[in-house]
Every structure is written in structure tokens, then in C-alpha cells.
Design a protein around this ligand. Structure first.
Ligand code: ZN
Length: 357
């Protein structure tokens, strides 16, 4: 099999397209596949009226590599002059109009973009950031063209940081059960107007069909939804994370106020108990339990010379609350806890030693 027959097969070209020649360039590690159109007439891309080809437009496209050799398709593409639609370049079967990559190359890039960072894709495919972004934008545009406007019953609204600094976009996601979540809308900023632009783009019937909208406690999203979705107040669902965060902050404010009042009277029973109040007992990290018990029991223990009564494990649970039960955090807290109370273990210690009544 000759090289041009090989590429005719692997490119899947059919008449009137035909591989005319294949050129190998060793130094730049490049293969150039020259494709020829054998027709003399062509249909106008707009009205499909058949007419003589007026002239040819030399084009080149990046295709999938051949054995790590960058592979380019080069072709003279017919142009027709339609009396109604003017001069137009016909569409080739292997690429999108005005594209610089073949469809198969863009398919590979999109698959990789879903798994890797843009930088990794650029390095792997040897394309620029702008080229990768262009491939992504075209894929989104094609997806939106195919997308059918249907009522969405369950939606999620959230902000996402974009770039550096306080730059955000608002993302509306379709959360219909039984299918993967898909992005419905992306708007610049996280203002009320940003989300209103989405609601205003939906028909009254579609807005009325909404059954539930999940969001955090960001007031502009709430206001935008209340203004545009009928009976929105009973359809908005705040996520448990932010609700429990609010409750946790309220509990902590009360604890601090109580601690200040008790401390003023010389009562330090609340010192070092911060995370005991913020965690459910079943979720309280074991090192924090030990540290809390040791803190609670320290009033009956002598303080080492030069050592503050402030519980040394306090900074440990603070990290534990952010990172969970990582081994490094566990080790830090565990050491501090053991230093304070090497022999006391829950539930051997009485809850009443630190439970505030
Ligand atoms: Zn036409």
C-alpha cells in the first residue's frame, strides 16, 4: 500500500476528496498530507444551488499525530460565487468552518480538557493556550446549539472564583435527578443582576415549572430568585453546609460571651472547650476529645513552671477542624493531649468535668 493510499484510508476520505501526496519532513518531525478535490462544480453552502467552482483557497489543518510526527492536512478548498449569498468557501468533511484543527484532533483535545488542566493539554498536544481555549469555546457553542430548551425543575446556583482576586462567575446547574448535573448558565459576577439575566432568559412557563433551587445564603441570589420564580420562597433550598456553618458561628459567639462573663468571675470552666461545642460528639476527632478532657481537668492539675494555663492543644484542634483527621494533625494534637493527660481517657473521665450546665 502506498503512503497516499494509507492516509486516504486512515483519514476516511471519500470522493471527491483524495490524497494527492504525502510529504515527510524529518527535521521538524512533520508529515504533510496534501488532499485534492476532484470536482469542478459545488453546491452553495447556503442555498445548495450547484454552480461552478470559482477559485480555490489554500488551507491547512492540524490533525492527530502520526507516530509522534505532527500531521497536517493541506488542501485547496473550492470557493463558489453564489448570486444570492456571495463568495463562500465550501465546508470540508474533516474540520469545522474556519477551524485550524481537524474534528478528530479537537475531539481528542476536548477529551483531554475534561481530564487535565489547560496547561497540561497544551504541553501534551503542543498547542497554545489560545488554541486550547478556542477548541473549548467551539465545543461549548456546538453543545449549546444542540441543547433543547426544556423546563428544568431542579436547579443549583453557586458562585465560582474565576482567575485571581475577587472575580466570580455565577453558575446555574441543572440538577434533574437520574442524570449528571449539567451547566445551564454562566454569568459574569455574583450580583443579583447576574442571576436575573438567567431568569429573564427563561419563559414564564419554564420559571413556573421550577420546583427547587439549591443555593447558599448569598442574598443577591435569593432576591433574584424570589423576584422571578413564582412561589420561590418555598422552593429555595439552602445547603446544609452553610446552615450548619451559621449555627456553628452562633454557638461560638455565645460560648465566647459566656466565657468572658465566667472568666471575669474567675471561673475558667469554658477555657479550651471551643471544639467540644462545635463538633457533634460522634464527629469529634479523638485527639480533640482527649485534649478537651485534659483541658477540662487542668484546673485540678498543677501548672508547670513557665507554662500558661491556656491549653496547649487548642491550636491542634483548630487545625483539625480545617483539615479533618489527617495523620499530621492527629499526631500534633495527640502529643499535646498526652502531655497534659497521659492517663485519662474518655469515657473514663466524667462528662460533668467539662459539661456546662
Ligand atoms: Zn447560495
Amino acid at each position: 500500500m502506498h503512503d497516499h493510499e494509507l492516509y486516504q484510508q486512515i483519514l476516511g476520505l471519500t470522493a471527491p476528496w483524495k490524497v494527492q501526496a504525502v510529504r515527510l519532513e524529518l527535521a521538524p518531525r512533520r508529515i504533510e498530507v496534501q488532499v485534492q478535490c476532484t470536482e469542478s462544480t459545488w453546491a452553495c453552502p447556503q442555498c445548495q444551488c450547484r454552480m461552478h467552482i470559482q477559485d480555490w483557497d489554500q488551507r491547512r489543518w492540524r490533525h492527530l499525530d502520526s507516530c509522534e510526527f505532527q500531521t497536517l492536512i493541506v488542501a485547496k478548498v473550492p470557493r463558489v460565487r453564489c448570486p444570492e449569498h456571495g463568495t463562500l468557501t465550501v465546508q470540508v468533511p474533516w474540520a469545522e468552518p474556519y477551524g485550524r484543527f481537524t474534528k478528530r484532533f479537537e475531539r481528542l483535545a476536548i477529551d483531554l480538557l475534561q481530564e487535565c488542566s489547560i496547561r497540561a493539554v497544551c504541553e501534551g498536544l503542543r498547542i497554545s493556550w489560545d488554541e486550547a481555549d478556542g477548541i473549548k469555546q467551539r465545543a461549548v457553542a456546538r453543545g449549546l446549539l444542540r441543547k433543547q430548551t426544556q423546563p428544568v425543575r431542579r436547579l443549583g446556583v453557586d458562585e465560582k472564583s474565576a482567575g485571581r482576586g475577587q472575580n466570580y462567575v455565577t453558575v446555574v446547574a441543572n440538577l434533574e435527578p437520574g442524570r449528571s448535573a449539567t451547566v445551564e448558565y454562566v454569568g459574569d459576577g455574583r450580583t443579583q443582576e447576574t442571576l436575573e439575566a438567567y431568569w429573564q432568559g427563561r419563559s414564564p412557563e419554564h420559571r413556573a415549572a421550577v420546583e427547587a433551587v439549591a443555593m447558599d445564603l448569598w442574598a443577591p441570589y435569593f432576591q433574584a430568585t424570589v423576584q422571578h420564580v413564582p412561589e420561590a420562597a418555598r422552593k429555595i433550598v439552602h445547603d446544609p453546609y452553610h446552615l450548619s456553618q451559621m449555627l456553628g458561628r452562633a454557638v461560638d459567639r455565645v460560648r465566647r460571651a459566656e466565657h468572658r462573663a465566667l472568666s471575669a468571675a474567675g471561673d475558667e470552666r469554658l477555657a479550651g472547650t471551643k471544639y467540644v461545642w462545635l463538633y457533634g460528639w460522634e464527629n469529634l476527632p479523638r485527639p480533640t476529645r482527649s485534649a478537651s478532657i485534659s483541658c477540662a481537668g487542668r484546673n485540678s492539675r498543677p501548672v508547670a513552671p513557665g507554662r500558661s494555663r491556656k491549653c496547649s492543644a487548642t491550636s491542634g484542634p483548630a487545625r483539625a477542624s480545617r483539615k479533618g483527621r489527617s495523620s499530621s494533625t492527629r499526631g500534633t494534637v495527640g502529643r499535646s493531649a498526652r502531655a497534659w493527660a497521659p492517663s485519662r481517657r474518655w469515657p473514663g473521665a466524667s462528662r460533668s468535668t467539662w459539661t456546662i450546665s
